[in-house]
Design a protein around this ligand. Sequence first.
Ligand SMILES: C[S@@+](CC[C@H](N)C(=O)[O-])C[C@H]1O[C@@H](n2cnc3c(N)ncnc32)[C@H](O)[C@@H]1O
Length: 229
Amino acid sequence: MAIARRTRTTAGMCEPAEMSPPELRKREVGESNPLVGLECWPRMFLRPAPIVCDLGAGNGRFAATYAELHPEWNVLAVERRLPRVRKIRRAQELRRLSNLRVLWLGWDDLLLFWSQPESCREIHVLFPDPWPKRRHQIRRTLSMRVLTAIFRVLEPGGFFRLLTDDSGYYATVEQAAAALPGFGRSEDPGAFPESQFETIFRSRGCPLHGAIWRKSEGNGTERKKRGAA
Ligand SMILES: C[S@@+](CC[C@H](N)C(=O)[O-])C[C@H]1O[C@@H](n2cnc3c(N)ncnc32)[C@H](O)[C@@H]1O
């Protein structure tokens, strides 16, 4: 199935390219993609600014609101289901969010094969598909390999935020993150807009599990705090 052509529309939106996730997955981590240079995706935006990623963005409620609240940042929503990609794109157009882009792509592929090290200020993974049955857990996107890629893609001082209703998934990620030197639990820097699933789960009174892990600066200080351009 062909997805993801990287051409620009008049709105600057990244269009699907002829590249299939299974082909990408066969590649080794770190191998560059022959169709798109590793440095390409930050250039989707009209101007250089800190990049914030919403991975598995769903209908894009979080990404669009965050982009609206922070016009000084570039917000990248990544989603693999086309109807949801279209919703995000509609929100981008209706709300004239020139700092929001959407990619129709598996976010694990983005992290593993298409991204530059130290290129993102924030990475949000909100309610990743939980695959709660033990035999299905292999399908979870947040594997150790992908978490390591998140760490690589974050700028020093940048953070990864996970929120889920699945305590088992959360515990697995917490354990994996603890094994990455230079990735430390951090205080929540403030209120974030709710995603669609967050609103749903909160309205049902479900317990939620979440944390923020910050990539160290290497010298023990947190130079790039959230919000600093
Ligand atoms: C449970 S929904 C959560 C949506 C949104 N983050 C929210 O909190 O409202 C999970 C979303 O992640 C998308 N998704 C799952 N795995 C993905 C992957 N590997 N790459 C891109 N999107 C993915 C699904 O299509 C779905 O839209």
